[in-house]
Write a protein that binds this ligand. Structure first.
Ligand code: PPS
Length: 285
C-alpha cells in the first residue's frame, strides 16, 4: 500500500499519494468561465451532500441520469491528482468541490468570474465526524482515541488545517467573488430552502416537482442506500469500508456524545477568541 502522509505546501498540508503539490499550485492559473461552480468546504462539512445536490440540479432531479456515474466523478475534487485533466476538459458548466484554502484559488474567481458556494458546519460536529473518518480512511492516521484526536483536530494538525482559518479566509474575501454561504445545519433543518437558495444563486429554473426530486434523492437515507452517492465504491485502498461509512450519522449535535464538559469549555474559549470579529453563528444542536 502507498504511504500517505501530510506534506506542506505554502503553509497548507496536502496528503501525499492523493494530492500533488504541482497540481494544487497550478489551480490559481486555471482559466475560469462564468459558468464554473466551486463548492468549498472544510472536510466533513457536507461536501458529498453538495456533490449529490448539484449534480441532481443539473439534470432537474432525474436520478436515473446520475446512476451511471459516482457523485465524486460528476462533481470532482479539484485538488486530486488527476483533477486538472478532469476540470479543464469538462463540458460547461464545470462543477467541482475543494477543501483548499482561499489562497490557492483561481485568480478568475476573485474577478467575479464563476461562482463559489461555501458550506460551513459547526466545528464541534466537524471534529467528531473527522474523528470517525480518520478511523476508516486509510490515507489518514488512525487516532488512538477521541481525546487524542480532539487535541490534534483543534490545533488543525489535520488535512484541511485549522477550521477557523479556513472559514475566516474564505468568508473575509467573499465580496471579491460571486459567493453563496450556506451551512450544514441549515440543510438539516430545511433542505428545501437551501436548495432553493442554490438554484436561485446558480440561476437554474426547476419546477416544484423537480425540486422535490432533488431533495428526495439527497436525503441521508436515500444517499446512504445509493451506491453512486454513498462512496462505497471508493477503492478499499483509500477507505476501509469494514471500519465505517461515509454517510455515518448525518445529524447536528453528535459532539455532545463525545466532548467532555472540560473539552467543551476549552473549545468554547478558543471559538470565542478566534471568531470574535466574525459575523457568523452556528446551530450547535
Ligand atoms: S469529506 O470527506 O470532507 O468529503 O466529507 P463530507 O462529505 O464533507 O462530510 C461528511 C459528513 O456529511 C454527512 N452527510 C450528510 N448528512 C446529512 N444528510 C446527507 N444527505 C448527508 N450526506 C453526507 C456525513 O454523514 C458526514 O457526517 P457525519 O456526522 O460523520 O455523519
Amino acid at each position: 500500500a502507498p504511504e500517505y502522509k501530510l506534506v506542506p505546501l505554502r503553509g497548507f498540508s496536502l496528503i501525499s499519494g492523493i494530492h500533488s503539490p504541482e497540481v494544487v499550485d497550478q489551480i490559481q492559473n486555471f482559466e475560469i468561465q462564468d459558468s464554473d461552480v466551486f463548492v468549498i468546504t472544510y472536510p466533513k462539512s457536507g461536501t458529498i451532500w453538495l456533490q449529490q445536490i448539484l449534480s441532481l440540479i443539473e439534470v432537474k432531479g432525474d436520478v436515473t441520469a446520475t446512476i451511471n456515474q459516482l457523485n465524486s466523478e460528476r462533481v470532482p475534487w479539484i485538488e486530486l491528482l488527476d483533477s486538472r485533466k478532469q476540470f479543464v476538459s469538462a463540458p460547461s458548466p464545470r462543477i467541482c468541490v475543494s477543501h483548499l484554502p482561499y489562497k490557492f484559488m483561481p485568480v478568475g474567481l476573485k474577478q467575479k468570474k464563476g461562482k463559489v458556494i461555501y458550506v460551513a458546519r459547526n466545528p464541534k460536529d466537524v471534529l467528531v465526524s473527522y474523528y470517525h473518518f480518520h478511523k476508516y480512511a486509510n490515507m489518514l492516521e488512525t487516532p488512538k482515541d477521541f481525546d487524542t484526536f480532539f487535541e490534534k483536530g483543534k490545533e488543525g494538525n489535520v488535512f484541511g488545517n485549522c477550521w477557523f482559518e479556513h472559514v475566516k479566509s474564505w468568508f473575509s474575501h467573499k465580496d471579491e467573488m460571486n459567493f453563496l454561504y450556506i451551512t450544514y445545519e441549515d440543510m438539516i433543518k430545511d433542505l428545501r430552502s437551501v436548495v432553493e437558495r442554490i438554484t436561485s444563486f446558480l440561476a437554474r429554473n426547476l419546477t416544484s416537482q423537480q425540486l422535490n426530486d432533488v431533495i428526495e434523492h439527497s436525503t441521508f437515507k436515500n444517499m446512504k442506500n445509493n451506491p453512486q452517492a454513498n462512496y462505497q465504491q471508493i477503492p478499499v485502498i483509500l477507505l476501509n469500508h469494514q471500519l465505517g461509512s461515509f454517510l455515518r450519522k448525518g445529524t447536528v449535535g453528535d459532539w455532545k456524545n463525545y466532548f467532555t464538559v472540560a473539552q467543551n469549555e476549552r473549545f468554547d474559549r478558543v471559538y470565542q477568541q478566534k471568531m470574535k470579529d466574525v459575523p457568523l453563528s452556528f446551530i450547535w444542536d
